[in-house]
Write a protein that binds this ligand. Structure first.
Ligand code: ADP
Length: 374
């Protein structure tokens, strides 16, 4: 019987696992949040992942559980593990992707380079940190943030007063030094439960308004030293935290060529979409191989450059589908991926991958193809 992989969460990441699962001969099942998502996916149940009974019923029919997102509560995951369910990544690793304060403390123990940081519970603690860091800092809600929501640059403690007021007893916000980075990078690695690790080349990510807009693989002008340090960071985090499946480490590169860790994602990640069409083994296939504890695939790129451009928002009127043929006709070398989501300002509704020997050409074609969906 085919190995049954259960994915909790029915977003685009689960959707993009479907084709590789078919090719690998895995039986993929998805627990989606709502009917709208389920309609886009095969073998999908609808249910609330916060509800242990719902999740228990879903996992009863699978051999291994993994995720499309990081929001499944620790209590639910720990109950499954106690019942003998194979969960990858497990709750001990996943907690560091769920809570940025826990992550900062653990990375400090591991000796991984990161921005100065502190937990702050009130305005005086926050102001003290700002005073020591040129009067500025980045305040973050430790849990539940995504796409820049839950991140605020502040120059006075009062600018985070609403978040401080919302803290429950025992809770804290995270404050970090405002890093003057020259660019953002991402390092992905995959790790199997049995310990094998493979690393992808470090990539450059371009964010607009807190949302990933473009990715270039490998990161242009990356020296061997930079690539090596990034890979070393990825491997040591995967090992140190016991991550299973894909791990993405978001990084800042500073003007003195230092690399600092911004945050972690333990699942396929936007920074790795290029690998679907640009590497021997795409990240969705790799994630499935890793969580199923199968031998990992080659991460080598197919071409000198791969460029990924997100389709953000989608057309103001009509559907993405209506634009598809025009984009394909104008740019036959572009690989266009859509997520079956309704257009909405700022929403990630698809992406375009282009590979080639000339970086400028690849960037041009990827942007032009994505622009067909504006
Ligand atoms: P999210 O979890 O919402 O993705 P991040 O922690 O990745 O939030 O922050 C979103 C963006 O904010 C980052 O991609 C980066 O551009 C900026 N940012 C975050 N932390 C810092 C920092 N310490 N210094 C400078 N910029 C930062």
């Amino acid at each position: 019987m085919a190995l049954r992989v259960g994915v909790i969460g029915g977003g685009q990441l689960a959707r993009m696992m479907i084709a590789p699962a078919v090719e690998l001969g895995l039986d993929l099942r998805v627990l989606a949040e709502d009917e709208g998502m389920a309609a886009q996916l095969a073998a999908t149940e609808v249910g609330d992942y916060h509800d242990l009974e719902v999740v228990r019923a879903f996992v009863a029919d699978v051999d291994v559980v993994t995720f499309d997102h990081e929001h499944v509560p620790q209590q639910v995951l720990r109950a499954l593990v106690a019942e003998g369910v194979a969960v990858h990544p497990g709750p001990d690793a996943l907690q560091f992707a769920q809570d940025k304060l826990l992550m900062r403390a653990r990375l400090e123990e591991l000796g991984v380079p990161q921005p100065d940081w502190a937990p702050v519970r009130d305005a005086s603690e926050l102001q003290a940190f700002l005073d020591e860091h040129d009067g500025q800092g980045v305040v973050k809600t430790p849990r539940g943030g995504y796409d820049g929501k839950g991140v605020r640059v502040v120059r006075a403690a009062s600018e985070a007063q609403d978040w401080l007021d919302g803290l429950a007893d025992g809770e804290a916000l995270l404050v970090e030094e405002l890093v003057g980075f020259v660019r953002e990078l991402a390092q992905q690695v995959a790790r199997r439960p049995s310990g094998q690790i493979v690393a992808y080349p470090v990539v450059e990510t371009v964010q607009r308004e807190g949302v990933c807009a473009e990715v270039i693989a490998p990161a242009p002008h990356a020296t061997d030293r930079l690539a090596q340090v990034a890979e070393e960071i990825g491997r040591s985090i995967a090992e140190g935290l016991g991550v299973t499946g894909m791990l993405a480490v978001e990084l800042f590169e500073t003007d003195d060529e230092r690399i600092l860790v911004n945050e972690l994602a333990m699942r396929p990640h936007n920074s790795g979409h290029w690998s679907q069409d640009g590497a021997v083994t795409g990240q969705f296939e790799q994630h499935l191989r890793a969580v199923a504890d199968l031998p990992l695939g080659d991460t080598a790129p197919h071409a000198a450059w791969s460029v990924m451009v997100n389709i953000l928002g989608g057309p103001q009127s009509g559907s993405l589908g209506e634009r598809f043929a025009g984009a394909m006709e104008a740019h036959p070398s572009a690989k266009i991926h859509t997520y079956g989501k309704a257009p909405r300002p700022g929403r990630k509704v698809g992406h375009v991958n282009v590979t080639g020997d000339d970086l400028d050409d690849a960037v041009y074609v990827a942007r032009a193809a994505a622009a067909h969906f504006d």
